[in-house]
Write a protein that binds this ligand. Structure first.
Ligand code: NAI
Length: 339
């Protein structure tokens, strides 16, 4: 028989399950699965009143409509681009997120990727393993004295600026809602997106994905970038036109890219790729091919949407999500996303 919970958690770990079970005694009939909502065939969503998901759940209109009693979506992430907010709004469903938790965890990860890229860490490790070491092929680039361009200066982007200061970098930024205190605190200069692309040695994305931000880095912006620039994306894959990125990397114009998020990352699993082969050719087919090409490029690092993943950040997300649910039940919802 299918399970019919009132509070359902998807994409959970064993640690999530023990945390929420201990903290939510008598709050409802709890359900936990490690699966994303669209992959779970064990659950009957009909009774669900509170839903908690992470980034791999595709909360489209069809799935939302299968939950007529749903009142609250508590995503355990900052980004909520995987939720059909229009349908949720239409059904008077509140959406809460976890803002700001990523400021250091994601900023540190972005710098880890950047250093690995600039200092050719992955080829160096591979050479160590093979015993075939050639320092000439491992010459890197310093960060000191370079210009970093930060796209989006919210919680994460501003912390990236702080770290960049520590490395002795010049900091440029683009944000449609500039935070002018950062200009003083971080010696940062706001410029247009086009100028940021033209003048930066390293470009790093920290903006949310929205319809308006689709492919903000397109072939035009990639074309403006300096020869030898590096591109880092730990925000959302759909901010960059991946087809155009493949072309510009293949041309040798960019020195490299490190992507913790990329278009089509949800189909980056072997069973889904095999399924694609038996269906009609569609955009996912192209994503799979583009990602295969990116993975093979020696100057590209792909990582599995893992920037959020530190012990400290996970506990913070658990605490804030629990608080979001409790405050909602106490009629004082917090961290409600504006839609
Ligand atoms: P935030 O809301 O504090 O800051 C986002 C900033 O981007 C805001 O200042 C906003 O004005 C700006 N922005 C919006 N549209 C823009 C555009 N077109 N160009 C430039 N700036 C723009 O969000 P936070 O906490 O800094 O997170 C940023 C994003 O990072 C999230 O939306 C999420 O997608 C991603 N993220 C990724 C994680 C991972 O594991 N890879 C983990 C956590 C967040």
């Amino acid at each position: 028989m299918k399970k019919s919970p009132t509070i359902a958690f998807f994409e959970t770990t064993a640690d999530d399950r023990s945390y929420y079970t201990a903290q939510m005694k008598n709050m409802g009939d709890l359900y936990f699965t490690n699966l994303a909502i669209q992959d779970d065939i064990e659950v009957d969503l009909g009774q669900v009143e509170i839903l908690s998901i992470h980034v791999a759940s595709d909360l489209n209109s069809e799935i939302i409509k299968r939950m007529p009693r749903l009142k609250l979506i508590a995503t355990r992430a900052t980004g909520f681009n995987n939720i059909d907010c229009t349908t949720a709004k239409h059904h008077a469903i509140t959406i809460c997120n976890v803002p700001g938790y990523g400021s250091n965890v994601v900023a540190e990860y972005a710098f880890m990727l950047l250093l690995a890229l600039c200092r050719k860490l992955i080829p160096g490790l591979n050479q160590m393993k093979s015993g075939n070491i050639n320092h000439v092929t491992l010459t890197g680039t310093d960060l000191h004295g370079k210009t970093i361009g930060i796209i989006g200066t919210g919680s994460i982007g501003s912390h990236v600026g702080r770290i960049a200061n520590g490395f002795g970098m010049k900091v440029l930024a683009f944000d449609p809602y500039p935070n002018h205190t950062l200009e003083y605190d971080l010696n940062l200069s706001y410029v247009s997106l086009a100028q940021l692309c033209e003048d930066s040695d390293i470009i790093t994305l920290h903006a949310p994905y929205t319809k308006e931000n689709h492919h903000i880095i397109d072939s035009r912006m990639l074309g403006k970038m300096k020869k030898g620039a590096y591109l880092i994306n730990t925000a959302r894959g759909e901010l960059i036109d991946s087809k155009a990125l493949v072309a510009v990397l293949a041309s040798g114009k960019l020195a490299g890219a490190a992507l913790d998020v990329f278009e089509g990352e949800s189909i980056f699993k072997i069973d889904e790729e095999i399924e694609l082969l038996s269906g009609p050719r569609n955009r996912n087919y192209d994503y799979a091919l583009e990602n295969l090409v990116l993975e093979k490029m020696p100057n590209v690092i792909l990582s599995p949407h893992n920037a959020f993943n530190s012990k400290e950040a996970i506990r913070l997300v658990q605490n804030i999500t629990l608080d979001n649910i409790k405050k909602y039940l106490d009629n004082g919802p917090q961290n409600v996303v504006a839609i």
